[in-house]
Design a protein around this ligand. Structure first.
Ligand SMILES: NC(=O)c1ccc[n+]([C@@H]2O[C@H](COP(=O)([O-])OP(=O)(O)OC[C@H]3O[C@@H](n4cnc5c(N)ncnc54)[C@H](O)[C@@H]3O)[C@@H](O)[C@H]2O)c1
Length: 249
């Protein structure tokens, strides 16, 4: 995959950061985007220190103009766009639907659904200019199952699966593969935030997975890297479970 260029949204932390590190270690030029400049620049410096090539741009995926700028930036910086990981996402409430706040659901819809849609739209337009590309979206076990106290979040992740499968069909003959990963609970800030709201503790979350543990961000990054790569050349519209057996129940 050397000389390929990838964009990663929300790439300064968690799964996005691990994915950026892994792709850079394979010789891919990585554009890390996110809202937090300091964390993004730190990730870029770490990649450069290991001999990789990366750049950061501050992007809020809620805003269409920012997403357009992200793609322009990748092309200005590295000349093309081949790969994209639409990873930016939020989970801002752990409540039953009856107790949940519509404004929080609206915010999740904007980031998790509209943000992924906008990224796909402009990534695809650019990839078509190169003759193809590969996109991986971050779905979730909550994109394939109901999760108590997470109805609005689950709705947004089901929507990501819909965008992934439909996009895969739209571009199947134009050499753009579009897939998703569906992680189980992974040790990142999002899960820490959910635990802090009190509905779930770490042991309960681990116990939801047959392997009785949470995953590490690197375990998701490896699946993403495979789906992006030519090793997965006949894979499109697929949702890859990386969930310690959750989906097997
Ligand atoms: N951690 C888990 O258990 C888990 C499980 C399944 C799916 N996911 C999904 O994986 C993705 C990455 O999450 P994570 O677990 O690494 O947590 P994380 O909070 O570390 O990563 C999310 C990143 O997205 C960024 N972000 C949020 N809103 C944004 C916006 N509007 N514009 C740009 N960036 C924005 C955040 O700043 C952060 O860097 C998310 O889409 C999440 O829903 C996580």
């Amino acid at each position: 995959m050397t000389q390929k260029v990838a964009v990663i949204t929300g790439g300064a932390t968690g799964i996005g950061r691990s994915t950026a590190m892994l792709l850079a270690s394979k010789g891919i030029k990585v554009v890390i985007s996110g809202r937090r400049e300091a964390a993004g620049q730190k990730a870029v410096e770490e990649i450069r220190a290991r001999g990789g090539d990366a750049a950061f741009i501050a992007v809020d995926v809620d805003r269409e103009a920012h997403v357009r700028r992200l793609i322009e930036f990748a092309v200005e910086k590295f000349g093309r766009l081949d790969l994209a990981v639409n990873n930016a996402g939020i989970s801002n409430e752990t409540k039953t639907i009856g107790d949940s706040d519509p404004a929080k659901f609206q915010a999740m819809l904007q980031t998790n659904v509209m943000g992924v849609y906008l990224c796909m739209k402009y990534e695809i337009q650019e990839m078509l200019k190169n003759g193809g590309g590969s996109i991986v979206n971050l779905a979730s076990i909550a994109g394939l199952n109901g999760i108590p106290y997470a109805g609005p979040y689950a709705a947004t992740k089901h929507a990501v699966v819909g965008l992934t499968k439909s996009g895969a069909l739209d571009y199947a003959t134009q050499n753009i593969r579009i897939n998703a990963v569906a992680p189980g609970a992974i040790k990142t800030d999002i899960i820490a935030g959910s635990i802090s709201q009190g509905q779930y503790d770490e042991a309960t979350i681990s116990g939801m997975h047959p392997m009785v543990r949470m995953g590490d961000p690197e375990e998701i990054a490896r699946g993403i890297a495979w789906l992006l790569s030519d090793e997965a050349s006949f894979v499109t519209g697929h949702v890859l479970n990386i969930d310690g057996g959750f989906q097997a129940k």
